[in-house]
Structure formats: C-alpha cells, structure tokens
Design a protein around this ligand. Structure first.
Ligand SMILES: [Zn+2]
Ligand SMILES: [Zn+2]
Length: 91
C-alpha cells in the first residue's frame, strides 16, 4: 500500500509508493517528509555552486568557465580551439 503524507514545506499531499518505501527501508533511510517537488527544489538550490570552475584552455591559454569534470584527464579547450581542433577533423 502506498502511503499519503503531508509535505512539511508546502503542506501538499504526496504519495510514497511501495517501491520507494521498500528502497528506503533497505537503505535504512527515513521516509521523506517533503513532497517530490520540494525535494527537487532543495536539490537544485545546491547546484549553482557545484561543478563550475575556471580553467585555462589547453591550447591557447585563454581563461574559460567550464562544468566539465576534471576527472578524465582530457585537455579542455575553449570554444574557438574546440571548433578548430575537433569540428574541422570531423569535416
Ligand atoms: Zn512540498
Ligand atoms: Zn583556446
């Protein structure tokens, strides 16, 4: 049976499905007290600071802002170099 709860943030009713209850039980996580909408919102509020950083273009040294993670060891190119290096190769 799914369970209906009242969101502590916006007082809307929301349902917790059997599947979600099951997953949370197995993960030892408490049932959510906020609706899907409010949960999404809090998640997005944390995003703006996340992932963006200043780097230098590997090819020309121009400073660029990117959200590409640093984990893959790939050289990062600015728009101009990216176009020159990669798009011309494809054509
Ligand atoms: Zn809500
Ligand atoms: Zn460049």
């Amino acid at each position: 049976m799914s369970e209906t709860k009242i969101c502590i943030k916006c007082s809307r009713q929301f349902e917790i499905s059997d599947l979600e209850k099951d997953i949370r039980k197995k993960a030892n996580a408490p049932l959510p007290d906020k609706c899907h909408f409010c949960r999404l919102k809090t998640r997005y509020n944390k995003l703006p600071m996340y992932g963006f950083r200043k780097v230098k273009c590997h090819y020309c040294g121009a400073e660029i802002v990117t959200s590409v993670p640093d984990t893959e060891g790939r050289p990062i190119a600015c728009n101009k170099c990216y176009r020159e290096k990669f798009l011309t190769e494809i054509n």
